[in-house]
Design a protein around this ligand. Structure first.
Ligand SMILES: C[S@@+](CC[C@H](N)C(=O)[O-])C[C@H]1O[C@@H](n2cnc3c(N)ncnc32)[C@H](O)[C@@H]1O
Length: 314
């Protein structure tokens, strides 16, 4: 798992985030999540540690989950979307979280135990090597993670493999509106912060179609990624805890947030990157109750805000 330097950097830095004190108890972290479409009720009913302000959308709100379905969250982090999905699919359904970072899975498992969720399970694995059987899953969700995967075609092939015929994708992610400046595109902090590994919107659609998905939609949500920077500044600096201040980072700071802030200072991130919602279907199976296009129009756009702005990813 650790032989690829990019994967190692991503795993190390998200491990540090998982070990930090970032949680929904911070007003700034709550503000980021709400800016991306989480309701106050969704956040208040889940463990505070499940939300670290790492999201760039609310994929469960896009997914149209039904009772009894099997749903998989790729790059589940602290487990917020797994727990919300578990609630939607009910006791006859299953919500499975996949993440390669052990400390994230520790957070997620502790949160599931805290709320007594019995229809959830978590596995340590890479997204391009899923430990799941073929044709198992009704819906694959993911939140601000596909941009972090080095081999995106392999990830899309794996997703297609584990979906049942007729199964669907509901992903929130970052994609590029135009190529990044070279120095940002080659910066590892910009990669870990969900910007430099992002694909162009057209490439996202093409790779999904090439993998075999149909009814592919990659829609720019129009969220203001700089709004996230404002929340990130509060997270980092309100307690005088910025690493740039010379003080020791306090509990509400993290290497991902601080590193990205340095890389993106002076960049109009909205000119280059966008929060997107992604839908697609695995061919076969019965006709979907809701087509990908209908699911898009039925889903309200998130309020202002966006992941991965000037201060923090995703
Ligand atoms: C930006 S965080 C998002 C976490 C969560 N989805 C959320 O919205 O709070 C990215 C997560 O994806 C995981 N991750 C990144 N690349 C991965 C890969 N190739 N395979 C599995 N997990 C990965 C990281 O460990 C981290 O927990």
């Amino acid at each position: 798992m650790r032989d690829d330097p990019i994967l190692t950097a991503v795993q190390n830095q998200y491990g540090a985030v998982a070990r930090s004190q970032l949680s929904n108890d911070s007003a700034a972290i709550r503000a980021v999540a709400q800016a991306f479409g989480y309701t106050a009720e969704e956040l208040a009913t889940q463990p505070a540690e499940a939300n670290m302000g790492l999201s760039c959308g609310n994929p469960v709100a896009l997914a149209g989950l039904r009772e009894g379905e099997v749903v998989v969250d790729l790059g589940c982090g602290g487990g917020l979307d797994v727990l919300l999905a578990a609630r939607s699919v009910g006791p006859r359904g299953r919500a499975i979280g996949i993440d390669m970072t052990p400390d994230m899975l520790d957070r997620a498992r502790a949160g599931a135990a805290q709320v007594g969720a019995e229809n959830v399970e978590f596995h340590q694995a890479r997204i391009d090597q899923l430990p799941l059987a073929d044709d198992l899953v009704d819906c694959v969700i993911s939140n601000c993670v596909i941009n972090l995967v080095p081999d995106k075609p392999a990830a899309f092939r794996e997703i297609l493999r584990v979906l049942k015929p007729g199964g669907r994708l509901a992903i929130s992610d970052i994609a590029l509106r135009k190529p990044l400046p070279k120095d940002v595109a080659e910066d590892v902090q910009a990669y870990v912060g969900c910007i430099a590994g992002a694909m162009r919107i057209e490439e996202y659609e093409r790779l999904l179609r090439d993998a075999g998905f149909q009814s592919v939609v990659v829609q720019d949500t129009g969220s203001d990624l700089n709004a996230y920077a404002q929340a990130g500044a509060t997270v980092c600096c309100s307690s005088g805890a910025c690493s740039t201040s010379g003080a020791e980072p306090a509990g509400d700071s993290s290497p991902v947030h601080d590193g990205l802030a340095n890389v993106l200072s002076g960049l109009d991130v909205n000119a280059y990157a966008a929060s997107v919602r992604v839908h697609g279907l695995k061919p076969g199976g019965p006709l979907p109750v809701l087509s990908a296009e209908e699911a898009l129009t039925a889903t309200p756009a998130p309020a202002a805000g966006g992941c991965c702005g000037g201060q923090a990813c995703c």
